[in-house]
Design a binder for this molecule. Structure first.
Ligand code: MLT
Ligand code: MN
Length: 310
């Protein structure tokens, strides 16, 4: 897309639309994943979820650092170095949690490049506990705590327009690799409101259930990316690939009486987009009845390379 040259607006790039493991996932042979492996018509492969947002189309902020960052940047010229011998248009990275599919891309961003890393203090602590993240030298990468419900203004080092980011807590759980430690889930699952000049999006790539407060927060929004990990709660059980339900994994299903579609209907959201799609989710098959049903309910399904300008 060539972005409209009308001053400040919110530009959004979907770098990756799939859940942890990507689509197709490396060890999966369910019918849906087979469609991804064979690239049957209607099955579009996907990398692990991440967005890039910008107020000017020049400076970009990553929302989550996907393990597929390297592949994503290759596919996205706007994120390539633009001048001098060393440069990156990425000025900030904002994390919604500490799952591997949200942080592992940081290891591809370690070559003495200045940027700010924003995350909830518990996520910064868990990165701090892992010496592999010391590869991000604090001299270059400043770690900044995200306070809940307080807007922070993120501007580029060169004084570009500011983006406002507000983090808020959503129901969730601790990252998979911390489950056995029995720590509190508080702070590990955030939503983000990102806006510039009053134009904004809400990004919720993981959510365990949808509360009345969350519904009110989403009412009348211009653009919402909401988690669409599994179509139904027992999808993995029914397929015989896991005994975990969506609930057990900290995800609300897309379908069902308490699912994403039912819970967010009638909130007057202008654009509703499902993201963080698991390799088993029939929404990844554009020819499936589930896909047609979601579209009929006013939902779009995110895909790698999707571009939006607000
Ligand atoms: C999730 O969203 O549930 C996690 O990404 C799981 C995982 O890392 O495997
Ligand atoms: Mn995930």
């Amino acid at each position: 897309m060539s972005w409209p040259n009308d001053g400040v607006g919110l530009r959004v790039l979907v770098l990756g639309a799939a859940a942890g493991g990507g689509f197709p996932q490396w060890n999966c042979r369910t019918p849906n994943s087979q469609g991804g492996w064979c690239q049957h018509p209607g099955f579009r492969r996907g990398t692990q979820a991440s967005l890039a947002v910008s107020a000017d189309g020049v400076n970009w902020i990553l929302l989550n650092a996907s393990p597929d960052f390297r592949q994503q940047i290759l596919a996205t010229p706007a994120l390539w170095p633009q001048n001098g011998m060393r440069h990156s248009p990425i000025t900030h990275v904002v994390l919604t949690g500490g799952e591997i599919d949200q942080v592992a891309g940081l290891w591809s961003m370690r070559e003495r490049q200045r940027f700010q890393l924003w995350a909830h203090p518990v996520v910064l602590d868990s990165l701090g506990d892992n010496p592999l993240f010391d590869a991000l030298d604090p001299h270059w990468v400043r770690r900044c705590p995200l306070a809940l419900d307080e807007p922070v203004l993120l501007s580029s080092q060169h004084g570009g327009p500011e983006l406002s980011v507000t983090a808020f807590a959503v129901p969730g759980k601790v990252p998979l690799y911390l489950e056995r430690r029995g720590c509190s889930s508080e702070g590990f699952t955030l939503g983000l409101e990102v806006s510039v000049n009053g134009r904004g999006l809400t990004f919720i790539p993981g959510c365990a259930h949808i509360t009345a407060n969350l519904r009110e927060r989403l009412r009348n929004r211009a653009l919402v990316f909401f988690e669409g990990t599994l179509w139904q709660d027992d999808e993995l059980v029914q397929l015989g690939v896991s005994d975990k339900t969506a609930q057990r994994m900290g995800h609300v299903s897309v379908a069902g009486p308490d699912g994403v579609m039912a819970s967010l209907q009638d909130l007057n959201i202008a654009r509703k987009i499902l993201i963080h799609l698991n390799t088993t989710n029939p929404l990844l098959n554009a020819g499936s009845p589930e896909h047609a049903h979601a579209v009929g309910q006013g939902w779009e399904v995110a895909y790698d390379g999707m571009e939006i300008c607000l």
